[in-house]
Design a protein around this ligand. Structure first.
Ligand SMILES: NC(=O)C1=CN([C@@H]2O[C@H](COP(=O)(O)OP(=O)(O)OC[C@H]3O[C@@H](n4cnc5c(N)ncnc54)[C@H](O)[C@@H]3O)[C@@H](O)[C@H]2O)C=CC1
Ligand SMILES: NCC(=O)COP(=O)(O)O
Length: 335
């Protein structure tokens, strides 16, 4: 099954297990139970890591998930060296977590899966246990996809946000938030909002770096020195850009209605508003990749792992977004 053939049924979504000591395995089982095949997907991981009462069935190829997902969680088996204790990650399993992501990407690239949804990982465990050299999935997936300008976007029904710089210390933001990076982020974001969401000239709001967007140079100069000139140049090219906007006043309900996406200078400027507005409905999606990737907005939640109380809403929203993106890509005749 190929995403490039619009008449072919959409292949299932590949769900990587993520950190098995987190809530990922529990969420996969809950999502399968609630969805009953509505969004065909399969889980790649070690079945020993699923909750004891999990309803699952092992499959030998992704295509089998189209049927199996109607009554059970389809599992493409990937054996890990260690069993897990919920909330207690094992460094011995770190390499297998990375291998599962690679395997899932290969299945999407071959067309056997129509998109990738990733359950959360713990970056430090992967770094300490397997020398993982990336700050998260986003940069690893860009590496696997061979792209230079990947973009992290988080979306819920009320808001889309993009952190232009991602997982870097706050002290490094002013140097790394620069005209080249902002311009590349604008281009990738606009292109993928059209490609997957049909927004042909999306309205893009750009947050200032400084309080009050610098207030005319009284509280910082980046807005005057390079942000405004860049925005004016790209407007002449046809981009619909608003800003630089004061970051503290651009996320209330009336302000949000004026744009399709907000580009923010750094991680927390973007993620605090969206996780506050809709923690359970938020989806993390990587733009600019040659394949589809979504993820829940939350992390591994070690504090509640194994307790049976984890909310699968964000995972379900992520699976749904991946499927919708795959359908949009198939309609356009490209993956
Ligand atoms: N896509 C990914 O791989 C992501 C990974 N992470 C990683 O997760 C780890 C933990 O990060 P934290 O900042 O503690 O955030 P977190 O999202 O794991 O937890 C924050 C709080 O929200 C609760 N929570 C999270 N998801 C929930 C759910 N589905 N249902 C009910 N309650 C839920 C947790 O119990 C905790 O109290 C870190 O290693 C971080 O890097 C964080 C975000 C995304
Ligand atoms: N704060 C978002 C996050 O940690 C997810 O990162 P990634 O794994 O999607 O790169």
């Amino acid at each position: 099954m190929s995403q490039t053939d619009p008449s072919a049924p959409i292949a299932p979504i590949a769900l990587s297990c993520g950190e098995p000591a987190g809530i990922g395995p529990e969420l996969a089982v809950k999502a399968a139970k609630l969805l009953t095949g509505d969004i065909p997907f399969f889980w790649i991981g070690d079945p020993r890591h699923l909750p004891q009462d999990a309803l699952y069935e092992e499959i030998s190829s992704p295509a089998e998930a189209l049927e199996v997902s109607r009554w059970a969680l389809p599992v493409l088996r990937h054996d890990f060296p260690e069993e897990v204790r919920p909330g207690k990650p094992s460094l011995e399993n770190a390499q297998s977590v990375i291998d599962v992501i690679r395997r899932a990407v290969a299945l999407v690239q071959s067309g056997e899966a129509s998109g990738l949804c990733t359950a959360p990982i713990n970056k430090k465990v992967l770094k300490d246990g397997a020398g993982y050299a990336f700050p998260g999935h986003t940069e690893f997936l860009a590496h696997l996809g061979g792209v230079e300008h990947e973009v992290m976007m988080l979306a819920c029904p009320e808001l889309r946000v993009v952190p232009v710089t991602i997982h870097i210390p706050l002290k490094d933001v002013p140097a790394q938030f620069n005209p080249e990076l902002l311009e590349a982020t604008i281009r990738v974001t606009a292109a993928d909002l059209e490609r997957y969401w049909g927004l042909s000239r999306p309205s893009i709001a750009i947050a200032g770096l400084n309080p009050h967007a610098g207030e005319g140079g009284a509280m910082g100069n980046e807005e005057l020195e390079w942000m405004i000139p860049l925005i004016e140049r790209l407007r002449k090219e046809g981009f619909d850009l608003i800003g630089p906007m004061p970051p503290d006043t651009m996320f209330h309900a009336r302000a949000r209605a004026n744009y399709d996406v907000a580009l923010c200078a750094y991680h927390d400027q973007a993620l605090i508003p969206i996780k506050t507005i809709d923690f359970s409905g938020g989806v993390n999606v990587t733009l600019g990749l040659p394949f589809i990737r979504t993820s829940p907005d939350h992390g591994t939640a070690f504090d509640i792992a194994g307790k049976g109380v984890a909310d699968p809403s964000s995972l379900i929203a992520s699976l749904r977004m991946a499927l919708d993106m795959a359908i949009a890509a198939a309609r356009k005749g490209r993956g």
